[in-house]
Design a protein around this ligand. Structure first.
Ligand code: DAH
Length: 337
């Protein structure tokens, strides 16, 4: 009987396999419920007394070795699927391809960052807007020709896709009490033919500051600060009188050309200046429409296109690049913001 144990011991030593099924068969045959080791233990009482000690020792050795062997082989073996593929665990890992932020997001975040440093919070409004918030409250009476300044995607008589982020001004003034200092970045929609300079979807940032005694000088100073932070210390701004129904007086703001520094080039059409935004003092009618006492409070507002700022900042000459998701275009932009 001791011989039998010896034979089994060498069988255990010799057994090698990477196949999980074979290893399992081996386990059952050796140390399973009806396996060899169990059977030999059952025979223990028939072993002559003088051999019991040696037999017991060998048998225990067989049990330990078999158990250990099964554990070792199982640990080293792979699941069937992996064993069949040509998995090479020594192969260097593939590089992680890191994405980059979209240039519009980069510029939007930078605008938020610049204005947050002078106390502006960020507010948000819906992209589907009612007539009141997109037009009427902003002093665009029904049937007024000023509504034609923006080609609108109507959803119904009362609802449209917002044509500008100025609608968020109204929502903020309706729900918050002055002092209000907020910017509202977001997507806007206009029924325009797509070209290098126009798109039916684009992004704007609206700015609004309402408090006692806010003046046009505050507006100019804030925009100058913005222009210098965004385009560099040497940037100058110029305000031209303009018209928007919701501001009085209204102005359009130009910055000195980022390419020629105001000397004149083909980007600024030799004017030395580039238009970046519209602004003005919030019309008292708009304040009253939103429940703010126009005798106590005044304020300024401005609105800019993010694509426009991004094109000037990065020297991009076709707005359609922003929407095509061409990876060769997108991966040129890196940012920590
Ligand atoms: N909403 C205007 C547009 O989309 C931009 C604008 C102009 C916003 C003047 C303003 C502003 O807040 O004061 O063309």
């Amino acid at each position: 009987m001791i011989d039998q144990v010896e034979r089994l011991l060498s069988e255990v030593d010799a057994f090698e396999s990477g196949d999980p099924d074979e290893i399992e068969q081996f386990r059952i045959r050796m140390i399973g419920k009806k396996g060899k080791v169990t059977q030999l233990f059952a025979l223990f009482k028939e072993v002559p007394n003088e051999q019991k000690k040696e037999f017991g020792k060998k048998l225990n050795e067989l049990k330990t070795k078999s158990t250990q062997k099964v554990a070792d082989l199982k640990g080293a073996s792979k699941p069937a699927a992996e064993t069949k593929s040509n998995l090479d665990i020594s192969r260097p890992a593939e590089d992680l391809t890191l994405g980059s932020r979209h240039p519009i997001s980069i510029v939007r975040n930078e605008i938020i960052d610049i204005f947050s440093r002078i106390g502006f919070s960020v507010s948000d409004g819906p992209e589907i807007e009612d007539d009141w918030h997109n037009f009427s409250a902003l002093n665009f009476p029904k049937e007024h020709p000023a509504r034609d300044m923006q080609d609108t995607f109507f959803i119904s008589e009362d609802f449209s896709l917002r044509t500008h982020t100025s609608s968020v001004q109204v929502r903020v003034m309706e729900t918050e009490k002055p002092p209000i200092r907020t910017i509202s970045p977001g997507r806007v929609f206009r029924n325009e033919a797509i070209s290098a300079r126009a798109h039916c979807i684009f992004h704007q940032v609206e700015g609004l500051y309402i408090d006692k005694g806010v003046s046009f000088a505050d507006l100019k100073q804030s925009l100058m600060y913005f222009a210098k932070e965004m385009f560099g210390e040497g940037t100058e701004i110029r305000l031209r009188p303009s018209y928007f129904p919701f501001t009085e007086p209204s102005a359009e703001v130009d910055i000195s050309c980022v390419l020629c520094n105001g000397k004149g080039c083909n980007v600024c059409k030799n004017s030395g200046y580039l238009e970046i935004l519209g602004c003005g003092m919030v019309d008292p009618n708009v304040l009253e429409n939103c429940g703010i006492d126009s005798f106590q409070y005044s304020g300024f507002a401005f609105g800019m296109g993010i694509e426009r700022i991004a094109m000037l900042k990065f020297g991009i000459n076709d707005l359609r690049h922003f929407f095509e998701n061409d990876i060769r275009f997108l991966k040129q932009f890196r940012s920590s913001i």
